[in-house]
Design a protein around this ligand. Sequence first.
Ligand SMILES: [Zn+2]
Ligand SMILES: [Zn+2]
Length: 317
Amino acid sequence: MIRSFLSTFFFLFVLLSYGQINGNKDGLQFNSTTIKVTLLGTGDPQPIMERFGPSILVQAGVEVLLFDAGRGCLQRLQQINLTYDRINALFLTHLHSDHIVGLPDLWLTGWLISKRSVPLTVFGPKGTKEMIMYLQQAFSFDINIRIEDDKAPIDGSRLSVTEIQQGTVYEKNGVKVIAFEVDHGPVKPSFGYRIEYNGHSVVLSGDTRYSENLIKYARGTDLLIHEVVIAPDTLSKSDPKYAIFAHHTSPEQVSKVFNEVKPKLAVYSHIVKLYGRNENELIKRTRANYSGLVIIGEDLMSFTIDDTVSINEWRNK
Ligand SMILES: [Zn+2]
Ligand SMILES: [Zn+2]
């Protein structure tokens, strides 16, 4: 009786441990035929706990690619048990601070903790080289002391920057990353990205107003992740927040994009809400003009793309 109780207990223990291991490995995805996309941060510059800064992880086969490094991206990576040394490349959409403030933490703390031993390749618009050069200078005291005192691998402290233009910017292990120009008002250039693998794709809008070029590059994609701004209809040009509104895409305009692109699934991320507008209104205004599948993204929500696109909710935030 006791023995059978113990063996049942042991069996349950093994089962639970196995579940745990699978959960822990969830952040990694080797040799898979699917694309996995994880929203690490779905917010805007507002410092709120529910939505961290913009950052999206794309895993395709052996490639682990990060798009933008907003506030808290390192913490979110930790939550899915993915360490800095696993990231093959970082792609920046543009140099607005909400998309890059997480970079020093990702890079320096990530290097210290993971003992990364190779430089991180960073792709970004013109200006990225200069920004990184100054960051390296700003943190030179820490970098030097970590190498001397903590014996951190010197090459892991480095960032190797490539400034990009529209077109294919990365092609490795069957994964292709195509950058395309979007329209983020005076922030030029600003990029969106299309990531292709194994006959499937995901498109990330970056920050943009309604963009015909985005539609051209996104057409037929499986998953489209698009930014949005929601404001009162009465917002006038003299309003101090008008510039924010004018540099992003309204729900009605995004509906038009969705109707043109026809993704299997459309997801909102980087959600800018002005003057108390809320997400119910956002989805209502979108669905008034678009009948396809659309959802509001949340931090750590993920998507698996093969012949279908499945949504994986995160429950342990
Ligand atoms: Zn932004
Ligand atoms: Zn921006």
